[in-house]
Design a protein around this ligand. Structure first.
Ligand code: SF4
Length: 318
């Protein structure tokens, strides 16, 4: 049984991003976005694996070193090797983190970097940006569906929207599981996420409905398979083309309620979005207006219209 606080989402975070002076040089990598814009929305669990294994700050820096199939964490001169204590720490710490609703990593770190970390061939100074931080790798292997991101990438409005869309969907799913999984709840969940899935990945969306139709007695097995496909779909970037076709599907729901000029106004807003003349928020706001006016419950319940709290202002740049 999951223990999820439905009111608050806890995110794990590299401690240096919180302003803690834990980096090898005694400094930090404070993220003002995390500390100011997001602070009222999430609880944070700061973790510095390098400090946790007993290294102080300042300390000798380490880097990823590849020795055939083995990844080592060593200083450039090879005199400091923290591979074994770090692997032990990762094994035990990661097992404690199942309740997290997501993780924000510090980029480029040989411990916490999520991707494109410089990795050196043993005995050389030849580095390639193909590595993954040791702790980040352990966490992502243990919880492959957990939303994770590097804070430096959150400057991109599409990546930011995608990450928090996944965080809130992941939380929603776990709240549903915490109440007790039933066939009915699972079908309701899918119904609410229909248009969001369509916007993110149409082919996975088309597979997930029929998958639920195979649900007989083994609801848990189907739910597991469903959620894996669900998170895979949400990880895909919602393209302007897919967003447009999703908006047009929603528009179809109003065909009996809207008069001719309202239909034209909504069509124009969708096409202007398609052409990049207005942000996504323009057709979405118009649709939300019609939802309120015509009380269409099915559309009102669509997560697509409100995938994350408005106060985060995540859709402004889309
Ligand atoms: S990147 Fe990770 S290991 Fe390095 S200082 Fe930040 S929290 Fe500590």
């Amino acid at each position: 049984m999951y223990k999820v606080n439905p009111q608050r989402i806890q995110l794990g975070i590299s401690a240096c991003l919180m302003g803690q002076e834990v980096r090898f040089d005694g400094g930090h990598k404070r993220s003002t976005y995390v500390l100011h814009e997001l602070k009222d929305m999430f609880d944070y669990l700061p973790i510095c694996p390098e400090m946790a294994i007993g290294l102080g700050a300042p300390r000798k820096s380490v880097r990823l070193v590849r020795d055939q199939d083995t990844i080592l964490l060593q200083s450039a001169d090879g005199q400091l090797d923290i591979t074994t204590p770090m692997n032990h720490y990762c094994d035990s710490k990661v097992a404690e983190l199942s309740e997290l609703g997501g993780y924000l990593f510090c980029a480029k770190s040989p411990t916490c970097g999520m991707e494109r970390v410089t990795e050196y061939k043993i005995g050389t100074n030849n580095g390639t940006k193909t590595g993954v931080g040791v702790f980040a790798r352990a966490l992502m292997d243990a919880y492959p569906l957990m939303p994770v991101e590097e804070t430096s990438r959150l400057n991109d409005s599409h990546i930011r929207d995608n990450f928090f869309t996944r965080v809130y969907a992941y939380h929603d799913w776990r709240c549903m599981l915490a109440k007790g999984l039933t066939k009915h709840e699972l079908l309701q969940f899918h119904s609410r996420y229909k248009y969001l899935l369509m916007a993110h990945n149409q082919s996975i969306y088309r597979e997930l409905g029929p998958l639920l139709a195979t649900m007989e007695n083994d609801v848990e097995a189907v739910a597991k398979q469903y959620f894996s496909g669900f998170m895979q779909a949400l990880k895909c970037h919602a393209t302007r083309k897919n967003q447009t076709s999703t908006l047009q599907h929603i528009q179809g729901y109003f065909k009996k309620q809207l008069n001719t000029s309202q239909k034209a106004e909504l069509s124009d807003a969708i096409m202007q979005y398609r052409q990049g003349l207005v942000p996504l928020l323009v057709p979405i706001t118009l649709i939300n207006h019609y939802v309120r006016e015509f009380s269409t419950e099915y559309i009102a319940n669509q997560v697509y219209l409100h995938p994350h709290p408005q106060v985060l202002k995540l859709r402004y740049g889309l």
